[in-house]
Design a protein around this ligand. Structure first.
Ligand code: SF4
Ligand code: SF4
Ligand code: FES
Length: 577
């Protein structure tokens, strides 16, 4: 047991570049050096994978305490152990720190080793940086500048290897660029348990390839591209589309399932080019699945709803936002509580859900729920729950059990009891409502991103923002509150969902106390015990745990939203056909 408790590892004294530090037992030497501010270059080492020690880029000088005749370390003038330096360099990635260990990361011997390793690695490298997708984030480029020599002594012809090999549906390999670090092989074997990649042939003719009859097609294949330190593995979708130094990087989260993997969105001039995982050990380690990573094409879809519209003379016609919101609110006010249904979505942010719940409360309708969305999960990251914010919907009172109120709502629509339906990012046709039913509904208010087979029946159409176009928070399947950020602007006249819902709420209740997304979050944190004391800007990039997953969230307390006055004027609803 240590002072920190029974589980804390004992601290060991280690000298790095002349300065003594303390590190917990079990710390890798390469990690200890980094923590001490002495970064050691590496290719094959990746902290989430095993360490084969095959690239030799992390060579350092190492020593252990000089022992006296009494078998105790001899102490120097500073009272610290005198180090006996080993005559040969050692790799720092495959061993742990030890008591009294000494490490040199910048000595002449280390610099000489680094220059030598770089020279060997570059012997057969094609040096096609100008056309390589990795340029700008390539470790070979970076370390060549920092640790290599300016000139090559190699006069022979470089070995030619296969180029543009389709390793799988999403990954393309350029074997000439491969430095044989084996990160991709180990990732597939150790993380995905899909032993698909390996090396064949000998010496400088060694190449990376998929085992006979196999393809790199698992749902995590694109992580190999992220961890490949050079441009050998490339993302087929991203290849040749954009130089990485032009990309704006926005920290966000994936919204394709309840795991909520942390991401970086790479965009330029309002176009998303790629998503890559962002390390968060509480959520996704350093990985994300291909399904979530590539699920952003729809943001630039031709089906995007671009302008608000209202039904006029039996035809949807463009209108300004003010008119459309007023139209939608008037339609909702026209009906009594049991005649209104709100079909919300587990893809909405907490802030949107909060406002949707306030609208439901103001209208007094019991008919509100989110549409459950399930798929096959795995035991790595992908969740069966394909809604990213089911926990938020529960916590904020939009549903007790996702989908439990939907059958009743659908029956009420079919029987004609529900006369006004407000859908928030969900398509009721997919739930079994016929086009005829929707076409006959006196008020069908649609807030969505894309047009679908239900939108032509809308009486008011509210074009909203996609995940990368807005800020907000979600609570993942493990109860972690996480932030998403805006990477690109909405197209056309589409607006941020929370603003649309705020305006509808204000048009219904007349109250006007929300001016920013931070105001919405403040309202939530004042009413929901699990969010108490939090602010939107105070949530870190790695999120904050707000729920135990087993915990069933208590419903929020009443925020005191003003009740609406039922419309005394005739609302412009569609006459039943
Ligand atoms: S393809 Fe990349 S990750 Fe795989 S062994 Fe070669 S250099 Fe390493
Ligand atoms: S596991 Fe889920 S959250 Fe993570 S990348 Fe895949 S779909 Fe997105
Ligand atoms: S990083 Fe240590 S041998 Fe490759």
């Amino acid at each position: 047991m240590t002072a920190d408790g029974p589980t804390a590892a004992p601290l060991l004294n280690v000298q790095i570049d002349g300065v003594w530090h303390q590190f917990p037992k079990g710390t890798r030497v390469i990690e200890a050096c980094e923590k001490a501010g002495s970064y050691v270059p590496r290719y094959c080492y990746h902290k989430k994978l095993s360490s084969p020690g095959n690239c030799r880029m992390c060579l350092i000088e190492m020593g252990m305490p000089k022992m006296g005749p009494d078998r105790k370390p001899e102490l120097g003038e500073d009272g610290k152990p005198i180090i006996n330096w080993m005559p040969r360099p050692q790799i720092s990635c495959a061993q742990d720190v030890a008591e009294g260990m000494g490490v040199r990361t910048t000595s002449p011997l280390v610099r000489e080793c680094q220059r030598g390793v770089m020279e060997f690695l570059l012997i057969n490298h094609p040096l096609d940086c100008p056309i390589c997708d990795q340029a700008g984030e390539c470790r070979l480029q970076e370390f060549s500048v920092e640790y290599g020599s300016a000139e090559s002594r190699f006069l022979e012809n470089k070995v030619k290897k296969p180029k543009a090999v389709e390793l799988g549906p999403r990954v393309t390999l350029d074997d000439e660029r491969c430095i044989l670090c084996s990160r991709c092989i180990r990732f597939c074997k150790e993380i995905v348990h899909d032993d698909v990649l390996g090396f064949v042939d000998r010496g400088s003719h060694t190449i990376l390839t998929a085992h006979p009859g196999k393809r790199l097609e698992n749902n995590y294949s694109l992580n190999t591209v992220d961890i490949c330190p050079v441009g050998a593995l490339t993302n087929t979708d991203f290849r040749f589309k954009m130089r990485v130094w032009f990309l704006k990087e926005t920290k966000s989260i994936c919204t394709s399932c309840a795991t909520g993997c942390n991401t970086v969105i790479g965009s330029r001039e309002d176009i998303i080019y790629r998503q890559t995982p962002r390390e968060n050990d509480a959520v996704n380690s350093a990985w994300m699945c291909d399904y979530g990573r590539l699920n952003f094409d729809y943001v630039a879809s031709e089906r995007r709803l671009l302008e608000p519209q209202i039904l006029q003379n039996n035809k949807l016609a463009p209108a300004d936002w003010k008119t459309t919101i007023a139209h939608a609110a008037l339609q909702l006010k026209h009906f009594s509580t049991w005649q209104i249904g709100i079909l919300a979505s587990g893809r909405m942010t907490n802030e949107e859900m909060w406002l949707a719940a306030r609208i439901a409360q103001a209208l007094g309708t019991p008919w509100v729920d989110i549409v459950p969305r399930r798929g096959q999960g795995d035991d790595i990251l992908l969740s069966e729950d394909r809604n990213p914010n089911t926990n938020g919907a529960r916590l904020l009172g939009l549903t007790d059990e996702p989908g439990s109120r939907i059958p009743g709502m659908l029956d009420a629509i079919k029987m004609g009891q529900i006369q006004a339906l407000f859908t928030l990012g969900e398509n009721p046709v997919r739930l079994g409502l016929s086009h005829e039913m929707l076409g006959n509904m006196p008020a069908f208010i649609v807030m969505d991103i894309l047009s679908n087979d239900a939108t032509p029946h809308a009486t008011a159409l509210l074009p909203a923002a996609a995940f990368a176009e807005k800020r907000g928070t979600m609570i993942n399947g493990k109860g972690r509150l996480q932030k998403m950020n805006r990477a690109v602007r909405q197209p056309g006249l589409a607006r941020d969902d929370w603003e649309i819902l705020r305006d509808v709420l204000q048009a219904l209740t007349g109250s006007n106390s929300i001016y920013s997304l931070d105001d919405v979050f403040r309202q939530m944190s004042e009413a929901v015990p699990q969010l108490a004391g939090l602010t939107l800007s105070g949530i870190s990039d790695l999120g904050v745990q707000v729920l135990n997953v087993e915990e069933s969230p208590a419903p929020p307390s009443e925020p005191g939203a003003g009740e609406i006055e039922r419309a005394s004027v005739r609302a412009p609803v569609r006459a039943a056909r």
